[in-house]
Design a protein around this ligand. Sequence first.
Ligand SMILES: [Zn+2]
Ligand SMILES: [Zn+2]
Length: 365
Amino acid sequence: MQAEIRDVFEHYYKTRIRLSGRAKILDTPDHTALLSEIPRQIQAHLSARGRAHLYKIKGSIGLGNIARVPWVGVFRQGVTENAENGYYIVLLFSEDMSRCYLSLNQGITAIEKMYTKQFARRKMLEAAAEALKRLNCSPEAHLGKIDLASTGDLARAYEAAAIVSFLYTNNELPSEAVFFSHFNELLDHYELLYREFGPNLHSLFDVSEGEFQQVVLEKAAAQAPNVELDVPGAESPKTILGTKAFIRSPIVAANAIRAAEFKCEIDPNHWTFSSKAKKQRYVEAHHLIPISQQNLFEASLDVVANVVSLCATCHRMMHFGLAEEKKSHLLGLLRERKARLRDKAIEVRDSDFLQFYSGKVVLED
Ligand SMILES: [Zn+2]
Ligand SMILES: [Zn+2]
């Protein structure tokens, strides 16, 4: 393993320059190490432990464009098959080829799509910190954020998403035994997180109501009109393990706000103020049948048909207003949506619906 890591350190940068940006596979020592030798040795190690059937191993020098930060990933069945989703073990090389990390890392692309780039990075850091509380790491492990000496977007995401890693530098390459003892430790962490959280770590970070509305409005203002309105989130609500609340997709909410043309659906004349998001009228997304009631429904409540656009005042009324005062508004909104909800296999009696809003509990959505 030492020889292969050294091959990447010594040759990758030169090969990258020679290819002037294109991700073309060559017969160079660095490409051979990344795409065949390192994956083969990890495969052999897993086979010896009788675990090879559970993992997919893949090296990457980028797709289309050559990667500044090449890697070899180990993806567990049931979690992910690629570096974009879920979480995985990865040997990540820094852009300047001075070091590499064997890291338990999180796929960031799915979360970036769902939220925004910056928001996703912040939440990955939060998820990593939460995950670490559950792991028993050896003293030489590096906890949390890593440094890949790169300004590239993808590298920044890998840095923020690192949970626990082992650092190797040119002067301090690991022996075979050390490398695989680190690998085994990460494998144990990987299995533990998988048992506790399933295919993703989304339930390890919180999205506050304020953060949610802000992201939704930014997305609604930025997006091109979307024909297919119900973009499924990273998962259907019921499959999330260990989570306190059902996760709402900002994409779905943004599509609902766009469809309502940034108007309050109780009264289109309501105008509270203009938002920073492209000066659109400020509105908030509200789940008409509260998502906290998801357990009572088979179909997902996180669909555009169930999300209304409301001005800030009307939205607060829905959560904090007196039952008698909001009753006619609620029934009016439900009447408007009944057919569309039925299309989504969501049916509710008026009395049950009002019941959702009658409790003393403040609904969070
Ligand atoms: Zn609400
Ligand atoms: Zn209003």
